[in-house]
Structure formats: C-alpha cells, structure tokens
Ligand binder design. Structure first.
Ligand code: MG
Length: 315
C-alpha cells in the first residue's frame, strides 16, 4: 500500500477495487476513485450512520463496547464508551440517533439534549433477544431485526438465554407499540426499504452450526398502509460469506457487505458488480456531502469509496 497526498492509505489502484459484471454497474462507480482506508485497529465494526449536520460518521466497535466517531477534519475518536454493546444504528425523521444494543437487549434514542430514551425492551410480554439492525420508514415507524447473535457469546455483549424466536419488528414511536412483522427467520439481520418503500429487503444470515444455513437477502412487499408485510421470497444469496448490513441507493440497487467486499445487486436481482475490500464487510452506509460516498465497516477497519450514485434515503 502507498500513502496518498491527503495522508490516506490507498488500498488498491482504481481499476483494481471494483469488478463489473454488468454495464449498469459501470455507471455507479468512478474510474478515478480509490478505496481508502480511513482507520483501523478496532475489533469488529458495525452500525455506520452518517450525520451530515455534523459532517461525521458514527459506527459501533461492538467487542470493545464503544461507539466511534470519524470526521474528515478530526479522524477517529470515541463517541461514547461504554456503548451497551451497540450494533446497528440509524436516524429518525427528527435526526435523532436510534441504536440497537446487545447487552441490555434494547433499542434506544439519543435525544437532542444528550439524554437517552429506551424505546423497546420487550415484545409480546417477553424480552427481546439482541436487536441487531434498524431502519426508519418515512412515516416515522422504526423497523428492527432481533436475532439471537448478540446473545450467543461473551464477545459481543455477554451470553444470555433467549426468551423468544428471532423476528422482525415494527415500532410505532408515538404509541410505543411493537408488532412482529415476520418471524420465519434463521437470523434476521440488516434491512432496508426500496426507494419507494413498497419493498423491504431483509438479510437472513442463518443459524450458526447448521449444515445448510439459510443465508439470503429476502424481499417483502409492504402493505399500502405500512402496517404489514407479505411475500418474503429469496431475493439473493450472498456468497462468499453471507448478507449482514446493506443499503439501497437512489436507483434501488442494493449494496451489501460480503466476505470479499461489497456486492451491488440491481432491483431485478442481478449481481452487477463488486467493490473488493481486503477485509469482510459487515455493514455500510452512504454519507458525505452528497450522500455518494460509501463508508464500509470491515472487520477491524473502516474504509470509504466515492461512488457515482447516492443513498436512497439521505437523512
Ligand atoms: Mg448486523
């Protein structure tokens, strides 16, 4: 690796960091944008969320029980520690940080005055498992996945018994009501709506130790009133590795973390290209001024790549 003029480590030459399988992908990437290593030395990073009003990225370093902050001006710093083993994060319609926590098995909201509100700890009278990832719909409802992963070992929050099967939930922030939207999952994980919010994509990362784990991105049809889902068929199998976190761009393409980098899947289900990353990508988000820069949480490191597309829902 060499070091660029801005002090960033250049991981690959431009022609080497993307692989195109379809001409549609060529229009989404830039010939002269390189994969940049922004920071490293973490344990397992996840949950990236862009704050344009503060020109910074927040992301979770789960095993280190801390939330990190990266900005172009100041690089990396600790945002909060301990983080209650925070994982997935997003912002609500008011711009507040919404976070999934493994250790306390809950969902929280960080208020503008810096206080933290616990939004969800249980569903149907039983404790949640370990909320993993979260997205907010335009109507303000909060959708989150609740697999067992964060309960299975001490590394990401502490081993605890489960009280209910994995599920995907919808939380009404006005009433506090939590309803299971789908529960036939071996590990619901990352999730994102299509740009028109008529479809919801959900990663199913599979149960550990199973011979043929269910490891897919599935696609659901969202009811017109936004209160239920139907369908749920397999949309894409991510290999090598499995689907974890992903985002949708303005054209409806899905950018999904995988063992070899980021896979870009067109709305019709075609794998149209890849961003090759030296480490397994767990989760990602669009950010920067135009929401056209991909920030990649990749195992122990944070990478970024400028693209020629923009995130579907710029907060
Ligand atoms: Mg996840």
């Amino acid at each position: 690796m060499e070091r660029g003029a801005a002090g960033l480590l250049l991981v690959n030459q431009p022609s080497e960091c993307t692989v195109s399988f379809d001409r549609r992908f060529d229009e989404l990437v830039l010939f002269n944008a390189e994969l940049e290593l922004l920071a490293e030395g973490f344990r397992w990073v996840e949950g990236p969320v862009w704050f344009g009003d503060h020109n910074c990225l927040l992301f979770s370093d789960i095993p280190n029980n801390r939330t990190m902050r990266w900005s172009p001006e100041h690089g990396v710093s600790v945002f909060r520690e301990p983080s209650d083993y925070a994982n997935g994060q997003t912002r609500d319609r008011q711009g507040r940080l919404i976070t999934c926590h493994h250790a306390s098995r809950c969902l929280t909201r960080l208020e503008a005055d810096g206080t933290q509100t616990t939004m969800a700890t249980s569903a149907h009278g039983k404790r949640l498992n370990a909320p993993n990832d979260v997205v907010v719909k335009r109507d303000g409802s909060i959708w989150f996945s609740d697999p067992l992963y964060g309960l299975l070992n001490d590394y990401e929050g502490g081993r605890q018994p489960s009280e209910q099967p994995p599920a995907l939930y919808r939380l009404d922030p006005n009433t506090g009501a939590i309803e299971a939207m789908a529960s036939d999952f071996d590990g619901p994980n990352g999730l994102a709506f299509s740009p028109d919010e008529r479809k919801l994509y959900v990663a199913e990362s599979g149960a550990p130790g199973v011979a043929e784990p269910r490891q897919y991105i599935r696609v659901f049809d969202v009811a017109a009133d936004g209160l239920s889902l139907s369908g749920g068929e397999i949309f894409q199998k991510i290999t090598p590795g499995w689907a974890d976190g992903f985002r949708v761009d303005e054209h409806g393409n899905i950018w999904c973390g995988a063992a070899d980098g980021v896979h870009c899947i067109a709305p019709d289900g075609t794998l149209i290209g890849k961003v090759l990353v030296p480490k397994r990508v767990s989760n990602l988000c669009f950010g920067d001024r135009f929401h056209s820069r991909l920030f990649l949480c990749a195992s122990t490191a944070l990478y970024a790549l400028f693209t020629n597309t923009r995130g579907a829902q710029a907060p």
